[in-house]
Design a protein around this ligand. Structure first.
Ligand code: FAD
Length: 465
C-alpha cells in the first residue's frame, strides 16, 4: 500500500473549491424514490483531489456513480458523497494486450467511443452503456455475453482508495482479498479509482430469434447458444402463462451489415419503441406482445457491429420515473437445472399477488470466481424483472411483501437475488443469499474500522461498530 503526504491548509481549501462541493444536498437515484440528505457532494476530477477529500473529511463517506442503482446504494444521511462522474479519463490503451486502464467514473458509452476507432470492445458490460465502470464493478454487473459474465472475469486489476487515504493495487494475484471484496462490494471498502479491463475485437454480429416452449429452452441453450459462436443471448419470458419464451441470440457473422452505424446514435428517436412498450402491460398486453409486437420487431434481419449492440441507451426506457410512479428492476439467480421450477413458483406467486411485470428476461451467467458477495456461486440463469409501481407507502409495502416472498422462492431453489435494486430483503434473507457476507464484513472492519464508507445497503445489513 502506498500512502500520500499530509496537505497544507491552503491545498485543502483549493481542493474543496475545485471539487465543487455543495452544501446540504439531496441525492437521489433513477427511481426518484430514495431522496437522501447528505452533508455535501463533491465531484473531483483528479486523483489528488479525491485522495485529499478522503483524508481531510472528518466524517462518513459515500460513493456515487451513474446513480442507476435503485435503493439508495450511493448515499447515507449526512455523508460527503464522492460523485465520480467527472473522474472519467481513459488512462492507457494497449491494443496488443487488449486492455484498457480507465478512471472509474467513465461510462461504458464514453469508453466505447474511445475504443471503437481501434476496433475493440469491452469484454463484458451491462445491456445499456449509461453506467459508470466503477458503479458496474461495485455491483459486479453482468450482461448478455454468453460464457463471459460476471464482470469480475473481465477485470485485470483495480486501484483502490481506502478510508485512511492510502492507495492500493489489487488483482487476482496481488491483494486478492481486496480485489474480490471491492468488486461486488457496493462501495463498502473504498473507492475504485482505476480499473484495467480486458477487451475483445469489435466483430459483426447477426441476430436470430424464435419462439419456443419454456420446456425446450434449456436443451436449446445447450445446443445452439453455449459454445456455439453466440456473443450475446437472452430469452423473453411471456407472462400470460409463463410457458413460452422468445430466444434472441446475436452470433458472430460475416454477413453484410444491415445497420452500418458503429454506435447507437446519441439522438436516436425512441418514440415507436416506447409506445409499443406502453401497450404491452398486463395479461392482454403480454398476448399482444407475443402475437403481434415482437414478431413485427424481430421480423427483419439485423447484422450490426458488436459495439452498436453494446451502446444501447436507457433513453429507450424513458420515462423511468415520474411524480407518482417508477419503473423498477429486480433480478434473481437460480442454478441451471432449477429454472423451470423457479419460473412456475414465480408465476404462481405473481398471479396470487396480482403482480404484472412489464418484462421478464432470462440470461445466463457463469459461476463467480470468488467475489465475497457473489450472486452466482455456480453456472446460473438470471431472471430480470421489469415492473411499474406506484410510489405510495402502501404500494411500496405491497412490493416489499411479494419481493420477500420471491426471495424465499429463489433461496428454496438454491439461488439468490441481486443487490443494486430496492432494499426489501430481511437480514436473514441477505445472509442466506450471500453466505460470505461475514467475511466481507470482517474485511471491512479491518480496512474501514471507523465505518466511514456507508450507504443505504450497508446501513441495512452491516452491524456498524
Ligand atoms: C435500466 C437499467 C438496466 C440495468 N441493466 C443491468 C444489466 O444488464 N446488468 C446488470 O448487472 N445490472 C444492470 N443494472 C443495474 C446496474 O448495473 C447497477 O445499478 C450499476 O451499479 C449502475 O452503475 P452506476 O454507475 O449507476 O452505479 P451507482 O448506482 O452510482 O452505484 C452503485 C454502487 O456502486 C458504488 N460505486 C459507484 N462507483 C464506485 C467506485 N468508483 N468505487 C467504489 N464504489 C462505487 C456505489 O456506492 C453504489 O453502492 C441496470 C440498472 C438499470 C436502471
Amino acid at each position: 500500500m502506498s500512502s500520500l503526504r499530509p496537505l497544507p491548509l491552503l491545498g485543502v481549501a483549493l481542493v474543496l473549491l475545485c471539487a465543487r462541493a455543495t452544501a446540504a444536498e439531496i441525492v437521489n437515484d433513477v427511481t426518484g424514490m430514495n431522496p437522501i440528505q447528505v452533508a455535501r457532494v463533491a465531484a473531483p476530477t483528479e486523483l489528488e483531489e479525491l485522495v485529499r477529500l478522503v483524508r481531510e473529511h472528518p466524517g462518513p463517506l459515500s460513493i456515487g456513480g451513474g446513480r442507476y442503482s435503485m435503493g439508495g446504494q450511493t448515499a447515507s444521511d449526512g455523508v460527503l458523497q464522492l460523485d465520480m462522474r467527472r473522474f472519467d479519463k481513459v488512462l492507457e490503451l494497449d491494443p496488443e494486450r487488449r486492455e484498457v486502464r480507465v478512471q472509474a467514473g467513465i461510462t461504458w458509452r464514453q469508453l466505447l467511443e474511445h475504443l471503437d476507432p481501434h476496433d475493440l470492445s469491452p469484454q463484458v458490460m451491462q445491456s445499456y452503456a449509461n453506467f459508470t465502470v466503477g458503479g458496474s464493478l461495485s455491483v459486479n454487473a453482468h450482461g448478455r455475453y454468453v460464457g463471459q459474465g460476471p464482470l469480475v472475469l473481465a477485470v485485470r486489476s483495480i486501484r483502490l482508495l481506502l478510508a485512511d487515504g492510502s492507495l492500493v493495487q489489487a488483482s487476482p494475484q496481488e491483494n486478492a482479498e481486496l480485489f474480490y471484496g471491492a468488486i461486488g462490494g457496493y462501495g463498502g471498502l473504498g473507492v475504485i479509482v482505476e480499473a484495467t479491463l480486458a477487451l475483445e475485437p469489435n466483430r459483426r454480429i447477426e441476430r436470430v430469434s424464435r419462439v419456443m416452449p419454456l420446456a425446450e429452452y434449456r436443451a436449446y441453450f445447450e445446443r445452439e447458444v453455449r459454445d456455439a459462436g453466440v456473443l450475446m443471448h437472452n430469452a423473453i419470458l411471456y407472462t400470460d402463462d409463463y410457458r413460452q419464451v422468445r430466444v434472441v441470440s446475436h452470433r458472430f457473422s460475416h454477413a453484410e451489415l444491415t445497420r452500418p452505424e458503429r454506435l447507437v446514435p446519441a439522438d436516436r428517436d425512441y418514440r415507436l419503441l416506447r409506445s409499443a412498450r406502453a401497450v404491452s402491460t398486463g395479461a392482454v398486453g403480454a398476448r399482444l406482445r407475443e402475437g403481434v409486437l415482437d414478431p413485427w420487431y424481430y421480423r427483419k434481419p439485423l447484422v450490426q457491429w458488436r459495439n452498436h449492440e453494446a451502446s444501447l441507451d436507457v433513453a429507450e426506457l424513458q420515462p423511468i420515473s415520474g411524480a407518482d410512479f417508477s419503473h423498477v428492476l429486480q433480478e434473481y439467480f437460480v442454478p441451471e437445472a432449477r429454472l423451470e421450477s423457479f419460473i412456475a413458483a414465480m408465476g404462481e406467486l405473481f398471479e396470487r399477488r396480482q403482480v404484472n411485470p412489464l418484462n421478464i428476461s432470462i440470461r445466463h451467467a457463469r459461476a463467480d470466481p470468488g467475489t465475497l458477495l457473489a450472486w452466482a456461486r455456480e453456472d446460473s440463469f438470471a431472471l430480470v424483472i421489469y415492473y411499474r409501481q406506484a410510489v405510495s407507502g402502501s404500494e411500496r409495502e405491497r412490493v416489499a411483501q411479494w419481493t420477500r416472498s420471491l426471495i424465499d422462492i429463489a433461496l428454496a431453489h438454491e439461488g439468490s437475488y441481486y443487490l443494486p435494486y430496492q432494499i426489501h430483503a430481511s437480514s436473514a434473507q441477505f445472509h442466506a443469499a450471500y453466505p460470505r457476507a461475514e467475511e466481507f464484513f470482517a474485511l471491512k472492519r479491518r480496512v474501514d474500522p471507523q465505518y466511514r464508507w456507508r450507504n443505504r445497503l450497508w446501513d441495512a445489513y452491516y452491524p456498524s461498530p
